[in-house]
Design a protein around this ligand. Structure first.
Ligand SMILES: C[S@@+](CC[C@H](N)C(=O)[O-])C[C@H]1O[C@@H](n2cnc3c(N)ncnc32)[C@H](O)[C@@H]1O
Length: 397
């Protein structure tokens, strides 16, 4: 298989994160990214490019390598076209495969039926060409991954080069309440415009530590993929392993020896702090994060210029909202009292609670936490002047 042939690469992310993803793609040499859906952007590239995106993208879920697009009106037409594709040339011999995707067609009551027909097509093709039927499995771990998107009479088939979503970095093994997905935490940092060369970072409601750990990776210029060992592209036939080793080596060389700014993480609950430290240790950044168990009002903060990021609970359960209102009011008071000359980001899914903060955000960015529409609220906390350049200059310790 000639993997140097360019095709469409579809890069998926969480809803509300395409802005951050677009900026990442531009920084990686793709200013031309096109909007495909509210959760996907498209660029042109070959498999080596897909490998690079898997290694470097902080906000993406998957990188899909398109192998075919064809018209199909019925599941039988889908089967006929899919069985004509040279799967045995793309997937490594003996590898199991995993198929996922979505399908919408007139008369199709259950999209799983389309996926089943497509799975049969791939397996039957292998039998016809190699004499052996590959195992298909329901999870992406350890398998070649294929994605089907069938809509408006057009089916697109992709090799999913990521497999297990890139959001699962692998450092967060111990659970804590309402953790942010790792790539959502990274999108929050990118959308906020946090500058890891200039602004210290503090996460005073750190929970399992996701924001602080992503901040540390960002500050170290550490590629998120350096932490991960398995990708679905490793199950493609003759995948460019030497190129991958080169990309890993270059990414290791780009890592800074230490962050340029202090990174703080704290939580009221000492158990959360212990879990966050443990996760940071697995991510290789525990030594760069100053942990503390403290109420956010007493949490140690770095000197300005600094960026404070918080994801307080927002309580979907009845009654919880009233309980949380004083917490949000206290966040606003504390930002005013202790954080003059800094910037802050609050990520919340409850607009009424957000109003209790009592400060005017400079930006409100819609971002979804799974199915929940949330807002990333950004605040410039002025210290007597509204000119941020002057603030920077005068706020240094
Ligand atoms: C929604 S969780 C944060 C989850 C975190 N973003 C993550 O990815 O794991 C909210 C956190 O705020 C903490 N918290 C609640 N009240 C607090 C307070 N007064 N001071 C500091 N932390 C507090 C909770 O213990 C909890 O860990």
């Amino acid at each position: 298989m000639n993997w140097t042939e360019p095709t469409t690469l579809t890069v998926t992310c969480g809803r509300g994160c395409t802005g951050a993803l677009r900026r990442e793609l531009a920084a990686l040499g793709h200013p031309e990214a096109r909007d495909f859906t509210p959760t996907a952007l498209g660029i042109e590239g070959d498999l080596r490019e897909a490998l690079k995106l898997n290694l470097w993208l902080r906000t993406a879920n998957r990188v899909l390598f398109e192998v075919a697009a064809f018209r199909a009106r019925t599941p039988d037409e889908l089967y006929a076209a899919a069985t004509g594709l040279p799967w045995e040339e793309w997937i490594a011999p003996g590898s199991p495969f995993h198929l996922h995707g979505d399908a919408e067609a007139p008369g199709l009551r259950d999209p799983r039926f389309a996926l089943l027909r497509c799975k049969d097509a791939i397996a039957d093709r292998f039998v016809r060409k190699t004499g052996a039927r590959p195992d298909s499995q329901s999870n992406p771990e350890g398998a070649a991954c294929i994605a089907l998107h069938w809509r408006d009479g057009v089916a697109r088939m992709h090799l999913d080069t990521s497999g297990v979503p890139l959001s699962r970095r692998g450092y967060r093994l111990r659970p804590w309440i309402a953790p942010l997905r790792e790539n959502l935490a990274a999108a929050i940092l990118l959308e906020s415009g946090w500058d890891p060369a200039e602004e210290a970072f503090a996460g005073p409601m750190c929970g399992s530590g996701t924001l602080a750990i992503e901040a540390a990776w960002f500050a170290l210029r550490r590629a998120p993929g350096l932490h991960r060992e398995h990708y679905a592209f490793q199950h493609l036939r003759d995948w460019p392993a030497a190129d991958w080793r080169g990309l890993l080596e270059a990414a290791r060389r780009r890592c800074l020896p230490m962050p340029a700014v202090p990174i703080h993480a704290s939580d009221l609950d000492p158990r959360a702090v212990e879990i966050a430290r443990d996760n940071a240790d697995r991510a290789g950044v525990a030594r760069w994060i100053r942990f503390a168990a403290a109420d956010f009002r007493r949490a140690p903060l770095p000197a300005a210029p600094a960026f404070i990021a918080m994801n307080p609970e927002y309580g979907e359960r009845m009654g919880l909202e009233e309980k949380l209102a004083p917490l949000y009011a206290a966040i606003g008071d504390d930002l005013k009292r202790r954080c003059a000359g800094m910037r802050a980001a609050i990520f919340t899914g409850n607009p009424d609670l957000a109003k209790r903060i009592g400060l005017r955000p400079s930006r409100r960015i819609p971002m979804w936490n799974g199915p929940i529409e949330c807002r990333l609220l950004l605040y410039d906390l002025y210290a007597g002047t509204r000119d941020p350049r002057l603030l920077r200059k005068h706020a240094a310790p």
